[in-house]
Each structure stands twice: as structure tokens, then as C-alpha cells.
Design a protein around this ligand. Structure first.
Ligand code: UD1
Length: 344
């Protein structure tokens, strides 16, 4: 039986494909290359030395999905495909609802039609909103997200809950990611955001490599020990391992389970910056700006449930996150494009 990985050419998708292949799973990957390119698939094969089938297909394309499900033997789906830029989601909300919510509904419909009822879904810590105390636990109320991207994750969680209530034979695992950073140790796959990055680590590495003039630090007056926001950064390879462990938890009886994937440790922006400078040996130019709208002062996970039920514990600390992010950035200044390829 194959695991179908949607969005398998993306940042978390490629790292999860590597972990799955290395743990002996057979995979089929689907991606529309909206935010990625074929080189990503080639590099996953290069790292693992394994072959797998790839389909260029959009998750909103029910006919295309049906063809794949009709042709292939699929046992479960790991669903990453979706749009993920918070700022962009405020500008083009309909695209976010159509791709993320519409795409997931289309996928679930086809899965139902073919009797495939096992799915692992990429959710986000953003679903905890701004009113819960830290550390966030899986049984806390969710919702109240401040942007359309967050709303789509929340809505998809509701949809998966409703689906499970309608038919308890569904086997659903929702993974709420905290802040994924880092890259595969080979330096061959990693995160390559379009345009000016939104997230912390690519902003630091791009300033370090000279792609950005300066790293802009948003807000130094939060109620935290050093005045900067605190987050729970998790190495993307650990996150990928969490997916493999989640997959092992899917069982024939059905069930709906939710797990936080984080380290349970909070790190401030200044701490991350210092860790990066130590790991890379590069002094990063910094510009201090006012707070960014919508940022919470502190966000980190309670990871007890993933530890006890999945046997998942994040292995990598800040130093490794920084070393791997830096290697990826230095060796791939143009992201996943080959030296021989041109940017269209
Ligand atoms: C953001 C999203 C969240 C999404 C997650 C995906 C917001 C409000 N939240 O989370 O919905 O699930 O990304 O990874 O956008 N920072 C800087 N300078 C920068 C970039 C970031 O100082 O150039 C600071 C931010 O102010 C924040 C911290 O770094 O304090 C982390 O930011 P980021 O990486 O964007 O993650 P989140 O805001 O936690």
C-alpha cells in the first residue's frame, strides 16, 4: 500500500517524503508546483536513492484525483497541499478558502468515493487563537484566528471532525505544527519562500547571506524577558518524523486524534538571532521595527500527548536548526532551482 503525499514538493512535504522513504514506506507524491518545482522531487530521490511516482495535479481537481485513486493502490493520505502565507491570505482570502478548504473537501470526497478513510492533516498552532494560556494543549478551545490562512486551518479541522462524526470508520490525525525551521542535513532541500520572507528563520538567513539588507526585528517591547516574542521552533526533520509516527498510529478501527508537534520550549527572537550568529559565525545586520500586527507575545506547545501516544520527541536543538538552515541558504541562494535552470 502506498502513502499519497499531497503537496509533497513543498518545504515540509519534501522532508516528510525523505523520512517516509528512509523508514521503508512506499509513497506517491502529488503537487501542482504552485509554490515548488520538479527539482524538489528530483532531490528527494537523490537523497534517499529511492524511486516513487509523482503526479502533477491540483487537489481541487477532483477528476485528476479520481484517476490517481483509480489507478494506484493507496492506503492513507498525508495532506500538505495548500497556501501558507499569512499576509497574502489577507489580500486574497478567496484563493485561500478555495485552495485550502475547497481543495481539502475535494480530496476528502474522492477518498470517500474510493473507500480510503485514513488521513494525516497539516494544521497549525495558529488555530489556538489569542485567548488560550501557554503552553497550548490539544483539548483547549480553538478558533478566533486573526487571518484567513489561520481560519482555513481551523475550518478544515471542523470539517474533519464533522466527517468523523458522520462515519467513525474514518481515521483522522490532525497535527498542529508550531514553528518549523531548519533543513535536511544534506543541504539539498529546504525552505525557499517567494519574495520577502514572512517567517523568522528565512528572514535571518537571507539577511546573513546578503539577499536582504537587514533583518527586521518586529517589536522589542513585549512582556517577555528580553522584550521579543517567544515561539516554539521545531526542526523540520523532527516534524517529518512526527508524521511517520502519526502514520503508525492510524489503525483499522478508526478515530480522530489531534497532536501538537513542537519541542515544548520557548525561544525569543533575540535568542534565535544569537544562536544563528554563533552557529554561522556571521554577524547579522538588524533593523528594529515596531510590533507586527497580529503577533502574540508567547506561543509554545505542551508536547505530552505526542510523547505518550505517538512516542514522539523532538531531537534537534537550536544549534542544529541554525546550522542546517544556514547550510541550505548558503548552498542554494536561488532555492530549489538548479544552477543550469533559469528563473522564468
Ligand atoms: C506565523 C503565522 C502563523 C503561521 C506560521 C507558519 C503570523 C501572525 N503568524 O507564525 O499563522 O502558522 O507563521 O510558520 O504571521 N519576526 C521578526 N522579523 C521577521 C520575521 C519574524 O522579528 O522578519 C518575528 C515575529 O515578529 C515573531 C517571530 O519572529 O515574533 C516568529 O515569526 P514567524 O516566523 O512569522 O512565525 P509566527 O508569527 O509564530
Amino acid at each position: 500500500m502506498n502513502i499519497l503525499v499531497t503537496g509533497g514538493a513543498g518545504y515540509i512535504g519534501t522532508h516528510t517524503c525523505v523520512e517516509l522513504l528512509e523508514k521503508g514506506h512506499d509513497i506517491i507524491v502529488l503537487d501542482n508546483f504552485y509554490n515548488s518545482n520538479p527539482e524538489a522531487i528530483r532531490r528527494v530521490k537523490e537523497i534517499t536513492g529511492r524511486e516513487f511516482k509523482f503526479y502533477q495535479c491540483d487537489v481541487r481537481d477532483s477528476k485528476g484525483l479520481s484517476k490517481i485513486f483509480g489507478k494506484e493502490s493507496i492506503g492513507a493520505v498525508i495532506h500538505f497541499a495548500g497556501l501558507k502565507a499569512v499576509g497574502e491570505s489577507v489580500e486574497i482570502p478567496l484563493d485561500y478558502y478555495e485552495n485550502n478548504v475547497g481543495g481539502t473537501v475535494a480530496l476528502l470526497q474522492v477518498m470517500k468515493q474510493f473507500g480510503i478513510k485514513s488521513i494525516v492533516f497539516s494544521s497549525s498552532a495558529t488555530v489556538y487563537g489569542g485567548n488560550n494560556p501557554v503552553p497550548y494543549k490539544e483539548d483547549m478551545p480553538i478558533g478566533g484566528c486573526t487571518n484567513p490562512y489561520g481560519q482555513t486551518k481551523y475550518m478544515i479541522e471542523l470539517i474533519l471532525n464533522d466527517l468523523y462524526v458522520s462515519d467513525p470508520a474514518w481515521n483522522v490525525i490532525i497535527l498542529r505544527y508550531f514553528n518549523p525551521v531548519g533543513a535536511h542535513e544534506s543541504g539539498r532541500i529546504g525552505e525557499n519562500p517567494n519574495g520577502v520572507p514572512n517567517n523568522l528563520m528565512p528572514s535571518i538567513t537571507q539577511a546573513a547571506v546578503g539577499k536582504l539588507d537587514k533583518f527586521t526585528l518586529f517589536g522589542g517591547d513585549y512582556d517577555t524577558p528580553d522584550g521579543t516574542c517567544i515561539r516554539d521552533y521545531i526542526h523540520v526533520t523532527d516534524l517529518a518524523d512526527g508524521h511517520v509516527k502519526a502514520l503508525n498510529k492510524l489503525d483499522a478501527k478508526g478515530g480522530l486524534r489531534v497532536y501538537n508537534l513542537g519541542t515544548g520550549r520557548g525561544t525569543s527572537v533575540l535568542e534565535m538571532l544569537a544562536a544563528f550568529e554563533t552557529a554561522s559565525g556571521v554577524k547579522v545586520p538588524v533593523a528594529q521595527l515596531p510590533r507586527r500586527a497580529g503577533d502574540l507575545a508567547v506561543c509554545y506547545a505542551n508536547v505530552d500527548k505526542a510523547r505518550t501516544e505517538l512516542g514522539f520527541t523532538a531531537k534537534y536543538g537550536l544549534e542544529r536548526m541554525c546550522v542546517d538552515s544556514w547550510r541550505w541558504q548558503r548552498e542554494n541562494p536561488r532555492g530549489m532551482l538548479d544552477e543550469k535552470q533559469t528563473i522564468n
